[in-house]
Ligand binder design. Sequence first.
Ligand code: ACO
Length: 318
Amino acid sequence: MKIIGTGSAHPTCAVTNQMLEQFLDTSDEWITERTGIKERCVISSEKLEDMAVIAANQALENAGLTAADIDFIICSNVVNEYVTPALSCIIQGKIGATCPTVDINAACAGFIFAMDMAEDKLKCKKAKNILIVCAEEPSRMVSWQNRSTCVLFGDGAGAAVVTEGDELKAIRLTTSSLTEVLYYQRSLEPTPYISKEENFEPLVMKGREVFKHAVTNSCRDIRKLLNETGLDANDIKYYVLHQANRRIIDSIRNFLGVDEEKVPHNVERYGNISSAALPALLDELNRGGKLKKGDKLVFSAFGAGFTTGACVIEWAKE
Ligand code: ACO
């Protein structure tokens, strides 16, 4: 596959650390030092599907394609206001596509899981152009009374159009069932037959454990991919990493021994927007003219599950 277009969209309501200080026992200093986050954009009046559609249309335009050219849509999403229909069905209708669609939930690693699925579809010639849209609203999963979690997240969407090509050089996915370190249990409708006790809780996260898994697993994935492709860490133009926390990003960079300018970040402006973080950052690099044809990029992300995904791609656009 190769990536031929990118797009992104963020909500208009930017919540600064100072705004959080007004209703939480927290401080700009604590949040900045522990996470690097200064503000996050959270959904207020807009709908997640609208941001997904903006990101998708931008990616199509950037690819020089229309919705009619798309053969398959993969939407990565953990939560939105509908359990069914899938968000990808809503996006399909709103952009005017007619192809089949599917939603996946690989948490924050969703973009790379979607790339892997797209690569398989392209390889077996079941599709020529695939739209990947990652749209997430983790601000609706956390308790806004819990300072340990709500300060970390923002909402948004990122999208990419991929087509046939030889630019995906290596990809690696992992799932380890570590469900207790990060989860969100949603309420279901009662039935006359349910007598067991059920817990419905906002997002629960064991921060330190997540931190450790994130750094260890991402470093392992990236090293394996560099080995597999015969590339040196410094051959990579940019490491486009999941934007969860500046300290996690810096730890991965230090372990890899690469310079700061190779590891772009925007977590300070958007917080953690789950699987949308990686394509949204990629879109920023693309639109900022930072990517040249032939550049080697590493993508790496981790999330609840515990899932990880990483890949090496060559940038295909002029
Ligand atoms: N403001 C002020 N104090 C706070 C806040 C806050 N927002 N949040 C927690 N604290 C307090 C705690 O209550 C605790 O106080 P105590 O010592 O009196 O009990 C103290 O700060 C230390 O808490 P820790 O949780 O131990 O702090 P830590 O240094 O581990 O930092 C953090 C917490 C930032 C969550 C860190 O563990 C982390 O970054 N983990 C990874 C989180 C992450 O990236 N998650 C998402 C990845 S997966 C995905 O994207 C879905």
